[in-house]
Design a protein around this ligand. Structure first.
Ligand code: HEM
Length: 274
């Protein structure tokens, strides 16, 4: 079997009783798989186009909107309060700025996300309502990732799509964090201070594995959307109907437009087949 590469250090130290150590250990394999999704591999090779980056931003926007609204709503919950750092970490406003930069003032109408993003979002809303303690698993997966490998990805994005300044790249910038490494240490300490029963700890660890899985599915769906749209540009008419089930626009207008396109394409195919 082909071995997958990982940029994460290969920790051989024993896993202690701290949540931060356990969560890192349990998500180790998932991290390798996330890094090795086609989208992330292309990214690391600097093969990210503006179109791909814009599509990724749309999904990140929906994910952080759900995550941060749920964190805000549960800010004083004992499982959330210790890891609640909106000043330092919140990404929603930076994503809005980036989206406006790339899509213009009516960016909201142009958001398009695959089904996997909607499932991720729904899970975040559900745990925000029913079991806010699990939010730490999702906050960890996204924010500590953004402060780690995400920093390298920011530089790659800038180079690959040829942006000269910081505009369009706010997502990767954390003006409230002077040293990502020191902040990650602080964050780990806060995670470890959360009082969890054995049952809750087990659930948080499981949720962290799911959080990675949600991200992997989003990347895979985005990759499908991208290959679909590239293929349609080059393939003969008879191959143009491989619309992945994943391609569901988030706004009703886009859903309607997409529905019309599929309907027209289907009718078109029918005629073509005659
Ligand atoms: C191209 C893709 C990626 C690269 C190159 C990358 C690289 C890295 C690196 C170098 C670290 C620091 C490792 C260490 O200090 O031992 C790290 C940590 C981390 N990454 Fe990634 N990563 C990638 C994708 C992801 C994705 C997609 C996620 C989740 C959605 C993620 C989540 C994390 C988390 C949560 C940590 C913190 C681990 C901890 O200290 O507990 N990474 N990553």
């Amino acid at each position: 079997m082909e071995t997958m590469k990982s940029a994460r250090k290969n920790d051989t130290e024993e896993v202690g009783s701290d949540l931060s150590e356990q969560i890192k250990a349990i998500t180790k394999d998932s991290h390798v798989r996330a890094e090795n999704t086609q989208l992330m591999l292309n990214y690391q090779k600097g093969q990210i186009s503006l179109r791909e980056y814009k599509l990724l931003l749309c999904s990140l926007y929906e994910i952080y909107k759900a995550l941060e609204e749920e964190l805000d709503r549960n800010a004083s919950h004992p499982g959330v309060a210790p890891i609640y750092f909106p000043q330092e970490l919140a990404r929603l406003e930076s994503l809005e700025r980036d989206l406006e930069y790339f899509f213009g003032p009516d960016w909201k109408k142009k958001i398009i996300v695959p089904a996997a993003t909607q499932r991720y979002e729904q899970r975040l809303r559900q745990i925000g309502r029913e079991n806010p303690t699990l939010l730490v698993a999702h906050a960890y997966t996204r924010y500590l990732g953004d402060l780690s490998g995400g920093q390298v990805l920011g530089k790659i994005t800038q180079k690959s799509i040829g942006l000269s300044g910081k505009e369009g790249l706010s997502f990767f910038l954390f003006p409230g964090v002077t040293s990502p490494n020191r902040f990650k240490q602080l964050y780990r300490g806060r995670m470890n201070s959360i009082d969890l029963t054995e049952e809750e700890r087990k659930d948080v660890l499981e949720e962290a594995v799911s959080a990675f899985e949600f991200n992997i599915q989003v990347f895979d769906d985005l990759q499908k959307m991208l290959s679909f749209t590239t293929e349609t540009a080059t393939q003969p008419k008879s191959h143009r109907l491989n619309l992945p089930a994943a391609m569901i626009p988030s706004s009703p207008i886009m859903q309607f437009t997409m529905g019309m396109c599929v309907a027209l394409a289907t009718v078109g195919m029918g005629i073509y087949a005659l």
